[in-house]
Design a protein. Structure first.
Length: 314
C-alpha cells in the first residue's frame, strides 16, 4: 500500500494550525507533521501528529523537516513587536522557511497573510505581511495566499477579550466613531479554506471573511447583548483609548492593543467586499458560548512566554 502524502502545519498546537490539523486528521487521507516552537504544549492529537522543531536557526534541519512534503500550511507570525519577538525576526524566519521549502521540493505552500497586505506599508504588521507575500511569489513555488482579517472561535483573542472588557470594566470605549467595519471568520472555516486552497493549482489569493459584517461599534453592542452584560459604549479619541489600554497592560500582563492595530482597524483594513469564505455566524457561535465567552482573559504574550500550556489556559 502506498504511503499517504505528508502535509506539514506550522503551529499545530496553537490556534489556526490546530484547526487545520484537526480537519486533516479527520479526513484521514494524509499524514500530518507540525513544525513548532512549542513542542511541550498539550498535544490533543497523540501519535497521529509528528512533532518537529521549527528550526529557524538551522537551515539544513529546517529543510530536512520538509523533505518529501506535499503541502506546507504556514500560520507562523507575531501580532506586535515585543522584547521577545519582532516583526523583523518573523519576516526573516518566514523567509528561511520558504527557502527551506524550496530546497526540500515542497509541492505547494498555503500561507496566512492579512487583508489588504499591500495597502499599509507604513504599519509594521502589514509591511511584514506584504514583504512575505512578495517573497513567497519570488520562490516560484505553487502557492496560495489566504488573507483573513479577524478570526474567532476556540482560543481567539479579539472577540474573547472584548467580552472580557465588557464583563470587567464599567464602560467600553470605541476608537472614534466606531463605524469602520470588519467581517470575522470562524477559525474552523479558515482551516477549511486553507485545505481547499491546498488542492488548488497555480498561484491563488483569497480574502478570508465571514458571512456577517459589523461596524466595530455594532460588534461590541452585539457581544454585549449576547453575553447579557450591559455597559455604556462611548467614543474615545484613539490616543486616549491607546493610553487606557497601556494602563491595563500591567494588570493583564499582556499588550491589549497597539497603535498600529488601532490605525489598521480605523482604516477599515479588516473588511472586504469579497464573498464569504465560511458559513459560521459569529452571532450564533457567541450565543452558543455566551456563558464562557470572556470569563478569562486571553494573553498573547502569555502564549509566547509559556510554552507548556494550551492556549485555553493562557
Amino acid at each position: 500500500m502506498a504511503e499517504k502524502p505528508l502535509h506539514v502545519v506550522t503551529g499545530a498546537l496553537g490556534y489556526t494550525g490546530q484547526s487545520v490539523t484537526e480537519q486533516l486528521l479527520v479526513q484521514g487521507d494524509v499524514r500530518v507533521r507540525t513544525l513548532t516552537n512549542s513542542p511541550d504544549r498539550p498535544n490533543p492529537f497523540g501519535d497521529a501528529l509528528e512533532i518537529h522543531r521549527l528550526a529557524f536557526d538551522d537551515a539544513d534541519e529546517l529543510a530536512r523537516s520538509l523533505d518529501g512534503v506535499e503541502v506546507l500550511y504556514n500560520t507562523y507570525w507575531v501580532r506586535f513587536n515585543h522584547k521577545l519577538f519582532t516583526f523583523e525576526q518573523a519576516v526573516a524566519n518566514t523567509k528561511c522557511l520558504f527557502d527551506a521549502a524550496k530546497r526540500a521540493g515542497v509541492k505547494r505552500i498555503v500561507h496566512v497573510s492579512i487583508l489588504h497586505a499591500e495597502e499599509a506599508d507604513d504599519l509594521g504588521y502589514y509591511k511584514g505581511k506584504h514583504e512575505l507575500e512578495q517573497a513567497l511569489e519570488a520562490t516560484g513555488l505553487s502557492h496560495a495566499i489566504v488573507r483573513p482579517g479577524v478570526l474567532f472561535g476556540r482560543g481567539d483573542i479579539l472577540v474573547n477579550n472584548i467580552s472580557w472588557v465588557l464583563r470587567h470594566l464599567p464602560l467600553f470605549g470605541v476608537f472614534g466613531d466606531g463605524a469602520y467595519r470588519l467581517r470575522p471568520l470562524h477559525v474552523d472555516d479558515m482551516a477549511r479554506l486553507m485545505i481547499d486552497q491546498a488542492g488548488a493549482t497555480g498561484t491563488t489569493r483569497v480574502d478570508a471573511v465571514g458571512p456577517e459584517g459589523f461596524s466595530y461599534r455594532e460588534l461590541v453592542q452585539t457581544i454585549s447583548r449576547i453575553i447579557n452584560v450591559r455597559r455604556m459604549i462611548v467614543s474615545v479619541p484613539p490616543g486616549i483609548g491607546y493610553v487606557v489600554g497601556r494602563c491595563l497592560n500591567p494588570i493583564v500582563k499582556d499588550v491589549i492593543i497597539t497603535r498600529e492595530e488601532i490605525t489598521g482597524l480605523m482604516r477599515g483594513l479588516l473588511d472586504s467586499d469579497e464573498p464569504a469564505a465560511g458559513e459560521t455566524h459569529l452571532t450564533q457561535w457567541a450565543q452558543t458560548h455566551r456563558l464562557s465567552l470572556g470569563r478569562c482573559y486571553a494573553s498573547e504574550v502569555g502564549r509566547r512566554k509559556i510554552r507548556d500550556k494550551g492556549y485555553g489556559q493562557l
